[in-house]
Design a protein around this ligand. Sequence first.
Ligand code: PMP
Length: 423
Amino acid sequence: MNSRSETRSRELRARAVELTPGGVHSNVRLTSPSVFFDRGKGAWLWDADGNDYVDYLLGQGPNFLGHAHDEVITAVESAMRRGGVFGSQHVLENEAGELFLDSIGWAERVRFGVSGTEADQAALRLARAATGRTRFVRFEGHYHGWLDNVLIKTVDGVTGPASEGQLAHHLDDSIVLGFNDPVALARAFDEHGGEIAAVILEPMMCNSGAIPPENGYLQRVRELCTEHGAVLIFDEVITGFRLTLGGAAERFGVTPDLAVYGKAMAGGWPVSALAGRADVMDRFAAGVNHSGTFNSSVPACAAVTAALTVLRRDAPYQRVEEHGARLIDGIRKLGVDHDLPLRVQGLPMAFHVGFGDPAPVIDAAGLGRLDLKRYADLVPVLVDHGIWVAPRGIWYVSAAHGDSELAAVLERLDAALSAGGRR
Ligand code: PMP
């Protein structure tokens, strides 16, 4: 709340900017209110001054089981006593791989890594090797990591590098289209079909807004890739193990050739995965390089096995969906009560809150018509009232959110909206 103490956070912030640029170790955090957390448990966070927050950011997604899940901690703790990495295989790998493939259901092989960014790069390299082509199609507003060939910004319909120091020619191999536009994709294939190695996309666009695919869109993307011999890559870093156990591929009933996973798959532990068809994936054992000192580390495999065991046993998806649906209803009702043009869209486990016209947004251009700044200005007020969310508008629900969290967040949101945009 406004009256909350911030003494310790302020001291930590002052020291942090002397230690690391901007006081943060990831640029995404530059835009969020600077809070120094002390710990998290379940759906709650406590900062260095003892203030509590009901968490709907989940560390940008990974804590789908809630923070510090006991079974994940026990598994990782005991695994770490066996060592971390051996420069070879270890006895926990197969169980993690089997559980992983069995859970997503469609893929024949998996490679574990550490970050989504690198797994996306591995997927693109593999697609090029498999097709002997160079270019790939991707979509405005979709995020596939921070590296030179995939980091983009589109301003007034023109796409270019999103960072200083990033060379524009690194984007030459990508063809950037609007999401949910099957005609544009068909045209790109007509014009460049022989050059397109892959189509990579967030099957539900979450990084900018929460924009589900329109009916039939992913099916059409699948058809076009098959017709033109391009590899279809789903970037399921957000949607995997969140929309349902089998991710977006299962939820929307479309099977990619390759898919990238991260975040929710390991109960908050840093693990990513690339999974796919055996004939494509096996190129990693026949000429395509993919390496990593920490890939499939002992604690990482233990975390994957523990998290997937919990997800398969507890099947929290229905509960998460119900919580999210009630929360969305509550947010919409508060918008009406406060006479604010608050709008929510997406799916209950990952939705976008913003200000503007309530008509559905289907692509990045539509997002640009929302009042994104007004929401970003509200976020520090929400944080002051003990709701932890990010300025870009995405809210994530975890398996640890229950009735008390729902009551808390709606009461706090009501108070925050009464306080308006004032801090
Ligand atoms: N792809 C998607 C869809 C993502 O949301 C993210 C991270 N937000 C990444 C890739 C990159 O993952 P990481 O931050 O683990 O490198």
